[in-house]
Write a protein that binds this ligand. Structure first.
Ligand code: SAH
Length: 454
């Protein structure tokens, strides 16, 4: 019998959905964080349950062929990247297997091939947005970086390898300005201090940069001097202050004070331009987003005559893509500000054949169907992780569109919803993954479903 703190040798045979290594000792499975498939390791028991246990990776005895050296020194502590010790190729294979497993186990699809997962050309520095907390370390020095996994302790790191190179320059300028004028960081426990977070965004297509200082107040000492210094960075187009005086974990407050340039930057995905303000939602990996949404468009197979519904449409990224190929597109989204952005983006791109509704997909769609008898040739959905609400799926079945395109960020709820649709007259024709978040366990999926009698 094993007990806590026992050490033993373990071969890692598989990886779990959270990226942990899984190996069996006499048939008893152990989960080991930071171990990768193919490793032989020395492990130490941390917790024992009836059916399985947890162990800590003490030493890699024989490294797996797919093991690589994490590029970031903070990979283990940070918790943002779960797969930094796994080669990029192996990550894509891990994600393909995860999709396939969920479709088989949860969706009940028996003849499913392992899907292709579209990878990134360069899996580093793909994020166009970062929010850095600002705080004080034990010695009283100003720090900025990332929260350690499951805590609010800041790991000082100004150069996350998933973010843009400009982050480091911007953060260093702001920290040195704070030091020079003795501007305090905000302290969550005492609720004193000023600077809470720094939000940085970059338009990958336009190279425009945005800096937003999230303050427990409205003013920063000698702001003009900081602005002059930040303006030296090529592409700097927007500097703003966001006021957040609440005692909350929510990063941004509601008020934006423009300080330099416009209160937004512009970027482009495909042929569509977007205005992005500090509060707007915008896809964080625009290069892979374009690939994923092109796939959705291909799956929608539009000829130009169709009426399309885009449920969970956000700022209308997919809707505007579809509108270029369809007769009419309707978008539905729960967040009013996102719909405001969607409408403005439609106008900005002179796209007139889209209508956006604010509301829950599971309420707007049934209501429009019952009252107005609306029709859809194609329905596209891109729901949050919890998937589609049953009422939305029910109405989709009643509406009998020829095709349903399901874009998902969680293959488990995707599999559940596909099962529902495929038991009610639809056939799953195509499944493709797209890697938007390299070095993490997350994967996006696009699926094409066809009505069986069409
Ligand atoms: N395709 C969108 C992003 C979709 S993310 C884009 O590119 O902008 C999922 C979206 O669903 C989010 O914007 C979220 O606010 C919205 N949402 C969550 N629950 C919803 C619901 N019940 N009804 C409609 N929209 C919802």
């Amino acid at each position: 019998m094993m007990k806590k703190n026992d050490t033993f040798i373990l071969e890692i045979e598989d990886m779990g959905v959270g990226g942990e290594g899984i190996g069996k000792l006499n048939g008893f499975p152990f989960f080991v964080k930071d171990a990768v498939v193919g490793d032989t390791i020395e492990a130490k028991v941390t917790k024992l349950k009836k059916q399985y246990g947890y162990a800590r990776l003490m030493k890699v005895i024989k490294p797996s062929k797919v093991r690589c050296k994490p590029r970031c020194a903070y990979a283990k502590m940070c918790g943002g990247c779960q797969l930094q010790a796994l080669s990029y190729e192996a990550q894509l294979a891990f994600k393909a297997k995860k999709i396939q497993n969920n479709l088989m186990r949860i969706g009940g699809f028996t003849n499913i091939d392992r899907p292709k997962v579209i990878g990134m050309e360069d899996p580093w520095r793909y994020r166009n947005k970062a929010q850095f907390p600002v705080g004080t370390d034990k010695e009283g020095n100003l720090v900025t970086g990332f929260y350690a996994a499951r805590s609010h302790t800041i790991i000082p790191c100004t150069d996350c390898q998933l973010g843009v190179e400009e982050n480091k320059t911007i953060l260093e300028k702001i920290l040195s300005h704070m030091q020079k004028y003795q501007i305090p960081a905000y302290d969550e426990t005492t609720r004193h201090g000023l600077v809470r977070h720094i939000l940085i965004r970059k338009g990958f297509f336009t190279n425009e940069l945005m800096v937003c200082l999230i303050l427990n107040g409205k003013k920063l000492k000698a702001m003009e001097e900081l602005v002059t210094s930040l303006q030296e960075i090529p592409g700097m187009k927007s500097i703003t202050i966001n006021v957040n005086t609440e005692n909350t974990n929510v990063i941004m407050g509601a008020e934006i004070i423009p300080v330099f340039g416009q209160a937004y930057i512009t970027d482009q995905i495909g042929d569509i331009r977007y205005q992005i303000s500090p509060l707007s939602f915008y896809q964080v990996n625009p290069i892979q987003t374009e690939k994923l949404y092109r796939l959705a468009l291909e799956y929608a197979d539009l000829k130009g005559e169709e009426t399309v519904w885009d449920l969970y449409c956000g700022i209308g990224t997919i809707s505007l893509f579809l509108a270029q190929k369809a007769a009419k597109v309707y978008g539905v989204e729960i967040i009013p500000e996102a719909i405001e952005d969607a409408r403005r983006n439609a106008e900005l791109n002179q796209i007139g054949n889209v209508t956006f509704y604010v509301g829950k997909a599971e309420e707007v769609l049934p209501e429009k169907y019952k009252k107005e008898g609306i029709h859809a040739d194609v329905i596209v959905v891109d729901p949050p992780r919890k998937g589609c609400d049953l009422a939305a799926l029910e109405t989709m079945i009643q509406m009998q569109p020829e095709r349903i395109v399901y874009v998902s960020c969680d293959s488990a709820t995707l599999a559940r919803d596909l099962k529902y649709l495929c038991e009610r007259g639809y056939e799953l024709l195509k499944v493709t993954g797209c890697d938007m978040f390299g070095w993490t366990v997350h994967v996006e999926v696009a699926c094409c479903l066809q009505r069986k009698d069409s």
